[in-house]
Design a protein around this ligand. Structure first.
Ligand SMILES: *[C@@H]1O[C@H](CO)[C@@H](O)[C@H](O)[C@H]1NC(C)=O
Ligand SMILES: *[C@@H]1O[C@H](CO)[C@@H](O)[C@H](O)[C@H]1NC(C)=O
Ligand SMILES: *[C@@H]1O[C@H](CO)[C@@H](O)[C@H](O)[C@H]1NC(C)=O
Ligand SMILES: *[C@@H]1O[C@H](CO)[C@@H](O)[C@H](O)[C@H]1NC(C)=O
Ligand SMILES: *[C@@H]1O[C@H](CO)[C@@H](O)[C@H](O)[C@H]1NC(C)=O
Ligand SMILES: *[C@@H]1O[C@H](CO)[C@@H](O)[C@H](O)[C@H]1NC(C)=O
Ligand SMILES: *[C@@H]1O[C@H](CO)[C@@H](O)[C@H](O)[C@H]1NC(C)=O
Ligand SMILES: *[C@@H]1O[C@H](CO)[C@@H](O)[C@H](O)[C@H]1NC(C)=O
Length: 689
């Protein structure tokens, strides 16, 4: 059907129905972002605070963008000797030795944490040069390969019950432990050993060809060996488990990656060597999303983990399907007509207050929140049919967004860092703490998400503007959502999103003993949701699909690991009793504190998992019983002195999910709102419940 372009624009501006408001694709020559050179790059700048990646990445890798928030980040920053979790083991590599730990879990009411203990150390015996650091010789979505001199190559593939080491040169191997060794028993062909430790652990060692092991005190040494060694923990003495490990011991994964074959689908594929089928472990979210027909779960084959029980799954490819989410500009069910006047009153006031000449911040984060706050006003205006205010919002959005895209903003700007391949800010280019560490790749999706929201809305209400700034808009988006890899890419693949955990990490290039972390799942959801909206505005179906997929996965993961329901058994009983939501989620820790508030400030902990309040918030908090539990848990802490109005607002917003009138009264009593929120937005939310 051919419709004259400008009549479609008018239609979009005035349309209030989320279902009918299909945006026309922009008449641009590029309708997809894939496979086309990006014509725009933010100005290049050499950071004075970023580490040099060539210390750990092999030279073949450093000419392409490198990951900055990955599950193995500790291996490539500082001394590279801090441990990382690859499920079910924690791995540490230091001084030419790789340590393997099957972690115990400590849990109390304040936090839950896995404890690293070097249960098994592997190195080359009598290594003449034991102080060398490892090299990352390859990495992928689900795997990283570490090379330790001389000649040990570890295929660290996430979710493998076996640690796999290829001994590339003929050398003697040393296996040591901090525990006492009770017994070391080979089978008759000497391709399997059972190693019993005095901490109760039994480890199985498999080798691709016979290996001679002798034991002295706490060290087991081999004669010269070349080939493949695999080590796995036998989680209990059940002979059935041992036979499962035996059976799958000869097929080993060397790498794993993810593909996106269909909407709302992630497919894992592992490259394997050896004979037989591949045995891997699935976390509870995998199990929920696994497409039944694609895999076979091994009954009773289990490992414990802070993320829940890991269970054995056979197959070198898995298909994961998420619940589809429909990314919409407006509230899902629409706003009650009778409430329009109330919302319009608030809207007129909020729009009156917009003034781009006196912004109180240069911070890429807080500035982005102001942009997104204003953009909401435009969409609310469309939804309640009060389009008179839109020109002023449009002006404000242009005035605030353009300086960042043009690089004409004195206070700060986006710049391109070639060393890792990504955006930094001017303030972050010489200060690791500026912009919450944006310059060291912290929080990128949070900050960028707010700009993408503003850009999406502005491109929607002003397609001519959208067309003009499309290259800059895409550069911002691609910093966090590039799929391509290799030298032709400007940015690393999916900077924040972890394809195994199926949520994002914020942490960037800082060494942390607990691995990467993320605090605000709602801001992560906002990032991908906003990118999908931008895809709608630009008629880019690929971007809509990718944004929607990541939105949906991030929501699943938030519900699985951050949202703690009263009767959940995932975490320890004390932790579950005291915490309705995780504050900071780390690779191997669940904290009740926030980066910026103690555990007792529960309304803040709730708020940081809700903001920004958007149509998608309804899907993130679709479990109303849980929402009520969370609010009931947070309310008592609001009796404290000095609780900020902004944080109260998010508690009342969730209350509005199940007790609308009371929540409305509470919202009406507020004297202020979060800097990214407004009374208009709060009323829009309540009246669209
Ligand atoms: C590596 O060895 C050095 C010196 O022998 C020691 O100081 C350092 O603590 C070791 N590193 C680790 C992580 O064990
Ligand atoms: C939890 O354990 C840590 C470390 O021992 C301790 O500092 C903290 O006070 C404990 N929390 C509670 C609520 O007991
Ligand atoms: C390893 O480093 C330590 C100190 O960091 C040093 O004392 C030792 O001599 C080094 N060993 C070798 C073989 O270089
Ligand atoms: C094993 O390696 C760890 C470092 O991960 C080290 O602290 C420990 O001393 C080593 N133990 C043995 C017995 O080699
Ligand atoms: C020893 O164990 C390995 C691994 O399970 C197996 O392939 C091999 O056949 C066993 N050898 C004998 C003689 O049973
Ligand atoms: C900016 O100006 C507007 C309108 O004059 C005013 O309402 C608002 O409070 C001012 N904001 C700041 C941060 O000064
Ligand atoms: C923003 O940066 C500009 C230019 O560096 C400076 O003049 C201004 O004071 C800064 N504003 C704030 C709120 O920090
Ligand atoms: C970063 O550079 C700016 C401008 O040159 C300077 O004012 C500021 O003090 C520097 N910050 C740090 C942390 O070095």
């Amino acid at each position: 059907m051919l419709i004259f372009w400008s009549s479609l624009l008018l239609f979009t501006l005035r349309c209030n129905s989320p279902v009918l408001c299909l945006d026309p694709p922009l008449p641009t020559t590029t309708t997809t972002n894939r496979g086309e050179p990006d014509p725009f790059t933010f100005p290049e700048k050499q950071s004075t605070v970023l580490p040099d990646p060539s210390a750990f990445f092999s030279p073949t890798l450093t000419s392409s963008p490198l990951p900055t928030n990955s599950f193995f980040q500790n291996f490539v920053i500082e001394n590279g000797d801090q441990h990382e979790y690859i499920h079910p083991y924690i791995i540490k590599s230091a001084n030419s030795t790789l340590s393997l730990s099957y972690p115990s879990i400590f849990s109390n009411a304040s936090f839950t944490q896995q404890i690293f203990t070097p249960d098994i150390n592997i190195s080359v015996s009598n290594n003449p040069n034991p102080n060398q650091t490892h090299a990352v010789s390859s990495f992928n979505d689900l795997s990283v390969t570490l090379d330790l001199q001389p000649g040990l190559r570890f295929f660290l593939v996430r979710g493998s019950p076996y640690l796999t080491c290829q001994v590339l040169q003929t050398v003697p191997i040393s296996i040591s432990t901090i525990h006492k060794i009770r017994t070391v028993v080979p089978n008759t062909s000497k391709t399997k050993y059972k190693i019993n430790l005095d901490n109760g652990q039994t480890w199985l060692l498999y080798s691709s060809s016979p290996i001679s092991l002798t034991r002295e005190k706490s060290t087991i040494s081999s004669e010269n060996f070349r080939g493949v060694i695999r080590i796995a923990l036998l989680t209990n003495a059940d002979s059935k488990l041992e036979s499962v490990l035996d059976r799958f011991s000869s097929c080993y994964p060397v790498s794993g990656h993810a593909e996106f074959p269909e909407p709302f689908t992630v497919q894992y594929k592992w490259k394997t060597r050896g004979l037989g089928d591949l045995l891997m472990l699935a976390n509870p979210l995998h199990l929920r999303l696994l497409d039944d027909s694609s895999i076979k779960v091994v009954d009773g084959f289990k490992y414990k983990s802070i993320d829940g029980e890991l269970v054995g799954v056979v197959g070198s490819s898995w298909v994961l399907k998420s619940d589809p989410v429909s990314v919409t500009w407006y509230s899902i069910k629409g706003v009650e007509k009778e409430s329009y006047p109330q919302i319009v009153d608030a809207l007129v006031e909020d729009v009156k207050g917009l003034d781009s000449s006196n912004l109180s911040t240069n911070s890429s984060y807080f500035y982005g929140k102001l942009v997104a706050r204003a953009a909401r006003l435009a969409l609310i205006a469309e939804e309640v049919d009060h389009v008179d205010v839109i020109p002023k919002v449009k002006r404000y959005l242009k005035d605030t967004i353009e300086p960042w895209l043009d690089g004409t903003f004195d206070g700060n700007s986006f710049l391109y860092d070639k060393s890792w391949g990504g955006l930094i800010t001017k303030q972050g280019s010489n200060d690791t703490t500026a912009d919450f560490g944006f310059g060291i790749y912290n929080d990128h999706h949070f900050h960028i998400g707010f700009y993408l929201y503003g850009i999406a809305v502005l491109a929607k209400i002003d397609p001519v503007w959208g067309r003009k700034y499309r290259p800059q808009a895409y550069a911002l988006m691609e910093d966090i959502m590039t799929l391509d890899k290799g030298q032709d890419s400007m940015y690393t693949r999916l900077r924040c999103f972890d394809l195994w955990k199926l949520h994002s990490w914020a942490a960037g290039l800082t060494e942390f003993e607990n691995g990467r972390n993320q605090e605000s799942t709602s801001e992560a959801v906002n990032a991908y949701y906003s990118a999908a909206l931008m895809g709608l505005a630009y008629g880019d179906t690929h971007l809509v699909a990718l944004g929607s997929l990541l939105t949906s996965m991030e929501i699943h993961a938030a519900q699985a690991w951050w949202h703690v329901k009263e009767d959940d058994t995932l975490y320890g009983a004390d932790f579950t009793r005291e915490n309705r939501v995780v504050g900071i989620l780390w690779a191997i820790k669940r904290d009740s504190v926030l980066w910026f508030a103690p555990a007792e400030f529960k309304e803040i902990r709730l708020g940081i998992q809700v903001l920004p309040l958007l149509p998608i918030t309804e899907i993130l908090f679709s479990d109303l019983e849980y929402a009520k539990q969370l609010v009931d848990w947070a309310l008592p802490s609001m009796k404290r002195e000095g609780v900020a109005e902004g944080w109260k607002g998010f508690v009342y917003a969730l209350e509005g999910l199940y007790e609308k009138e009371k929540a409305l009264k509470n919202i009406r009593s507020l004297t202020g709102h979060d800097d990214g929120n407004s009374l208009s937005n709060m009323l829009w939310w309540i009246f669209s419940r």
